[in-house]
Write a protein that binds this ligand. Structure first.
Ligand code: TTP
Length: 194
């Protein structure tokens, strides 16, 4: 299968979601500084990160990359605070405690660079039931929280905590497919031919 785009992401979830809609692609590794700017709003942050990943990927493929390149970034936001990926066990347990028995937002920014730069934002609301400390510890031991924003995975065991989702399942998982489809259409890629 010929790739249709480059994917500037090392996330296996983004790869899986793109393949779900039949968009074959080539993965390009990027390494950018993911530190939020002082007073940067979460929505601005995820869009900026998505764009920077796509731009860095474009650099890596050479300036005259023949294919469009997609970048995305996901952040869990609770009380206006951005929760990224946990640095260690205590970090993850503290995040799960903050998310327990409350509703948070998951923001995913998507950027597609073709002839021009285009971005979209997906915002979802996720409600968690209460999580006890031993349960959070067992969840950490499962290995799942390690590389996930907010220390949980909606597509995994983390689903047990989610009492309600308002928004986009794929957006929470890392790549909102509705918004991604809109961006792909802008560059003439329509997975569903009719
Ligand atoms: C909230 C949530 C996040 N995640 C994952 C998606 C992303 O991989 C990760 C958020 O971190 P990101 O920094 O958005 O992405 P990444 O570092 O994994 O990949 P890259 O920068 O190379 O694109 O958390 C889930 O898989 N399920 C979930 O329910």
């Amino acid at each position: 299968m010929q790739p249709l785009i480059y994917l500037a992401s090392q996330s296996p979830r983004r790869r899986e979601l793109l393949l779900q809609i039949g968009v074959h692609h080539t993965v390009v590794g990027t390494n950018i500084d993911e530190t939020p700017l002082p007073n940067e709003a979460p929505a601005e942050y995820v869009i900026r990160m998505a764009l920077e990943k796509a731009r860095a990927g474009r650099q890596a493929t050479g300036q005259k990359a023949p294919l469009p390149i997609l970048g995305a970034d996901t952040a869990v936001v609770v009380n206006q605070r951005i929760l990224g990926k946990p640095r260690h066990r205590e970090d993850a347990l503290a995040m799960l405690e903050q998310l327990s028995n409350t509703t948070h937002k998951v923001l995913t920014g998507v950027a597609l660079i073709g002839q021009r730069e285009e971005t979209r934002l997906s915002v979802s609301k996720v409600s968690f039931r209460p999580i006890s400390p031993p349960e959070a510890a067992a969840y950490w031991d499962s290995g799942e929280p390690r590389d996930k924003a907010g220390s949980y995975a909606i597509q995994g065991i983390g689903a047990l905590f989610i009492s309600r989702l308002e928004g986009s399942f794929s957006g929470v998982m890392g790549l909102p497919l509705f918004e991604t489809g809109e961006l792909l259409q802008r560059v003439g890629i329509t997975p569903l031919q009719y």
